[in-house]
Design a binder for this molecule. Structure first.
Ligand SMILES: Cc1cc2nc3c(=O)[nH]c(=O)nc-3n(C[C@H](O)[C@H](O)[C@H](O)COP(=O)(O)OP(=O)(O)OC[C@H]3O[C@@H](n4cnc5c(N)ncnc54)[C@H](O)[C@@H]3O)c2cc1C
Length: 265
């Protein structure tokens, strides 16, 4: 069973700052980590490999520093890592990111299963996994919380829905996006860390992939961040000053009228 896990390196903070000029994220000076939700994808991929045999390859598209995320994935138990990195990929939106990742997955070789995280904590769209499935024409199950069974050519999974669970049977190869309920990510072992240190991580650049240059990066992205602003939360309240008994009675009357208008009482 050949499993590929696309992982994203994200800033180690939920306080993501954006460049208002370019509409892109400011990543300088912020420590990067593996997208926390991708750790669950890595974990279930390793568990499936341990049970059914095969190989797990982590792949990330990002700057050269994203190598660190791949080393961590190998330290957890992934067999290989692939870095997809080229200045021409910079500024990609979800469509262009998925386009390049698909080309990288095709280059990795025959794949039985792709396991992605539910969403990245920075971009937060949850689109890349389903985009990859669509581009590769793979059956897709999102929000997977349990892998119930797996055979050579099919698998049964449970996925979370708003009402509860849904059971799906998928022919392989397929793509899953997984949620936290699927398992608990293991910590890297000392042996894993040593293996990660000596494992070579190939870098795929534009020259290594069968990509159309006009589908890459900011220029090749069909979506644009036109404007970014922080929504202002205003309560639209009214301050009533109480200075004597009369203004107290007025304030109470106003409050009761307001609550009636809002159907609170
Ligand atoms: C309308 C729009 C415009 C944007 N414009 C810009 C822009 O102009 N410039 C810019 O820099 N960014 C832009 N972005 C952000 C950029 O698209 C995303 O950060 C990136 O494409 C990944 O999407 P995401 O973070 O939403 O990941 P999600 O779709 O939330 O991630 C889901 C899963 O996909 C996988 N995954 C995601 N990204 C990667 C990756 N790079 N490598 C490997 N696996 C991955 C992981 O398994 C992850 O858990 C834009 C986003 C949107 C929605």
């Amino acid at each position: 069973m050949n499993i590929v896990v696309p992982i994203k390196q994200v800033p180690e903070t939920s306080n993501v700052k954006m460049d208002p000029e370019t509409g892109t994220m400011i990543r300088d000076g912020v420590e990067s980590i593996i997208n926390p939700l991708d750790l669950y994808a890595i974990e279930i991929a390793i568990q499936l490999k341990e049970k059914f045999g095969g190989k797990v390859t982590a792949v990330t598209m990002g700057p050269p520093a994203a190598n660190k995320a791949l080393k961590e994935a190998i330290a957890m138990g992934c067999d290989e890592g692939v870095l997809v990195s080229d200045r021409k990929f910079a500024g990609a939106d979800t469509w262009s990111t998925a386009y390049v990742l698909v080309k990288a997955i095709e280059r990795i070789g025959e794949v039985d299963l792709v396991v992605a995280g539910e969403r990245a904590t920075d971009g937060d769209t949850g689109q890349v996994g389903p985009n990859i499935a669509a581009a590769m024409n793979l059956p897709l199950a999102t929000y997977v919380s349990k892998v119930e069974s797996l055979t050579e050519n099919s698998m049964t999974v449970e996925r979370l829905t708003e009402e509860g669970y849904e059971k799906l049977q998928l022919p392989l190869p397929a793509l899953l996006t997984v949620v936290k309920e699927i398992s608990y990510p293991r910590l890297p072992t000392l042996r894993g860390k040593q293996r990660a240190k000596i494992t070579d991580i190939p870098t795929y650049t534009v020259a290594d992939l069968d990509v159309e240059e006009n589908n890459l990066g900011l220029k090749g992205s069909p979506t644009r961040v036109v404007k970014i602003e922080t929504p202002k939360v205003t309560r639209g309240g009214k301050i009533l000053k109480v200075v004597d008994d009369q203004s107290l009675n007025e304030a109470v009357d106003n409050l009761i009228a307001f609550m009636k208008m809002k159907e609170i009482i």
